[in-house]
Design a binder for this molecule. Structure first.
Ligand code: AMP
Length: 568
């Protein structure tokens, strides 16, 4: 059985293809969205999902979120004195999802389709695959998120002939894809995006606005606890403004309350720069697909951040029509991943469906150019595979060394669209000896092979000797070697994951701790006593005592959340 996994910046989901349809699998709390958060408990055990998210405010130095942003980089996050790479934290999320699926389906899960932003680079994709390996999963395929969203929609429209654009704004990334659907063939015509733009940035804008508007002591700007509480409030206000006209951000610190009221128009004004950034990839994708906005039959929304009314208005203005959101934007990518799993398992219900994707950015090498006066200009980018070429693809180009009798060739590989390499992303370097011949006899064939997972292989063949060199990415701190993955797999396996059957209680307690920090005075004392009472009931390990206490405690938490509780 192959599962589909949407490993999101904010939330992750797991799905299966069953009886000719996609199904999301709920976690042990009965929820299909598992927050992409990891926390280390005081006893050293790992908490994943909602329990960890609740601890972001109360235990910020033991909890991590939004680490998808650091995939493919060397950055580590410190949790309770231990260092973790983004792959490892992602692996813990994947492990929790895998266990949820195993509990629901009653079988071992070893293979998965994992979705990635279309605009994820080679290093970010390799890191995602490594995260799968670290979680004990064979990654059958890395599937681009907007392509997955298109699959989820396309499966319902498979008899139609239609052309649509997927507008996917997640927590940390923005992707656009233009698709053609024709007789069961789903063809991605073009993809574009921005790897560093997502719903989290809108929240951060709101945080900056809060600091601008409210006089807050400078020391609080670097206070972990204050910031986490502010982020949580800003996030809640941002979501509130998707449904209501106004919202408030209220943070209490040492008996002082800082409050900011904000309305939807103000949010739109302060996020204007980001809304402008959403336009570029849309225009690029349409240009590459050779289409005008009016030639599209439909615009489909994916990613939680498309719930923001200002984003919907922008889409409506750009396309002259209201976007389609028949499928929940939080769930559409995971549902599409399950369709891909069904395709991989050659399910009969998907017999006629074929899916093709494209390379979202150009891939090429660093070359020198001879100028009109005979001098050399270095550092130019020469694409071998142009963006939006259908994948899989393999292209070869012949290059010659700059000098006569050159001994060595250093080949620098880049991705991007800029004219000069310094403005593109460096992927790696390949260095090898040349047979020291005349320039015209020293030709080297450079082959780029880009597979359906978006992973690149570079081979260089010295034509005269037929000797082939394959790119081994060196000095790229963002990547783990196979040996490192194996070692880290062992280390991660030794970490104790909080037992699933006790996670529900742990989540309630973490939520209680967070709410405790938000209230004051004698309310606090009374609320603290309620938390202790629930803890005591748990210690009794007697379900007859625990169950009613749990229900009562949960009601109390809900009331506290809505500011409506009274001391009984
Ligand atoms: P995803 O990565 O698709 O899970 O997207 C999550 C992003 O969507 C986060 O930045 C959330 O803040 C944002 N989001 C989810 N629900 C809403 C909502 N109702 N209003 C505004 N943003 C939302």
């Amino acid at each position: 059985m192959i599962v589909g996994i949407d490993l999101g910046t904010t939330n992750s989901l797991i799905s299966v293809w069953e009886h000719g349809a996609s199904r999301l699998i709920p976690n042990c709390l009965g929820e299909v969205l598992t927050p992409s958060c990891v926390s280390i408990d005081e006893d050293g055990s790992i908490l994943v999902g909602r329990a960890a998210r609740e601890r972001l405010q109360t235990h910020p130095d033991r909890t991590a979120a939004v680490f998808k942003r650091y995939m493919g980089s060397d950055k580590t996050l410190r949790l309770g004195g231990k260092e973790f790479r983004a792959e490892e934290l992602s692996a813990l999320i994947l492990r929790a999802l895998k266990e949820d699926a195993e509990a629901a389906l009653g079988i071992a899960i070893t293979e998965a389709i994992i979705t990635v932003p279309a605009y994820f680079s080679d290093a970010q994709r390799k890191a995602t695959r490594a995260a799968g390996q670290l979680a004990g999963l064979r990654v059958e395929r890395l599937l681009n998120e907007p392509t997955a969203a298109a699959l989820a929609y396309g499966i319902h429209l498979r008899d139609a002939e239609t052309r649509f654009l997927v507008f996917d704004l997640g927590g940390g990334t923005f992707d656009v894809s233009v698709l053609d659907l024709f007789e069961g063939v789903m063809e991605v015509r073009a993809s574009a995006g921005d790897n560093m733009l997502g719903g989290e940035d809108f929240m951060r804008c709101l945080v900056d606005y809060f600091f601008e508007q409210r006089k807050v002591p400078v020391s609080l700007k670097s206070d972990h606890y204050f910031l986490q509480s502010l982020y949580a409030q800003a996030e809640a206000a941002k979501r509130m403004l998707s449904e209501a006209a106004t919202a408030a951000i209220r943070v209490v610190h040492n008996e002082t309350e800082y409050q900011l009221d904000i309305d939807e128009q103000a949010l739109e004004r302060i996020c204007e720069g980001m809304l402008r950034r959403l336009r570029d990839p849309v225009e690029r994708a349409l240009r590459d697909a050779n289409l005008r906005a009016t030639e599209l039959d439909n615009v489909v929304l994916a990613g939680g951040a498309t719930r923001m009314p200002m984003v919907r208005r922008l889409v409506a203005r750009m396309f002259g029509r209201f976007p389609s959101c028949d499928i929940n934007p939080d769930e559409v990518v995971a549902l599409g991943a399950a369709v891909q799993a069904g395709l991989k398992m050659r399910d009969a219900a998907l017999n006629e469906v074929v899916m093709t994707d494209v390379a979202p950015y150009s891939l090429g090498i660093d070359v020198s150019m001879t100028l009109g006066d005979g001098s050399l200009s270095h550092g130019h980018f020469d694409p071998v595979i142009e963006r939006n070429t259908p994948v899989p693809v393999s292209r070869v180009k012949r290059y010659y060394p700059v000098a006569e009798q050159q001994k060595q060739l250093q080949l620098n590989v880049f991705q991007g669209e800029a004219r000069m390499c310094r403005d593109n992303v460096r992927l790696g370097t390949l260095q090898f000896a040349l047979p020291q011949l005349a320039r015209e006899d020293s030709g080297v064939d450079i082959r780029f092979t880009y597979d359906v997972n978006g992973l690149l292989q570079v081979d260089a063949t010295v034509v005269k000797t037929a000797h082939t060199h394959t790119l081994v990415i060196e000095g790229n701190p963002g990547l783990l070697t196979e040996a490192e993955i194996a070692a880290r797999f062992v280390a991660l396996s030794e970490l104790k994951i909080h037992p699933r059957d006790r996670l529900e209680h742990r989540t309630l307690l973490a939520r209680g701790e967070r709410l405790y920090q938000q209230i004051r005075g004698n309310q606090r004392e009374w609320f603290g006593a309620q938390i202790s009472a629930f803890e005591q009931a748990l210690e009794s390990q007697d379900n007859r005592r625990i169950d009613p206490q749990r229900r009562e405690f949960e009601t109390l938490l809900n009331e506290a959340e809505h500011d409506s509780f009274t001391i009984r």
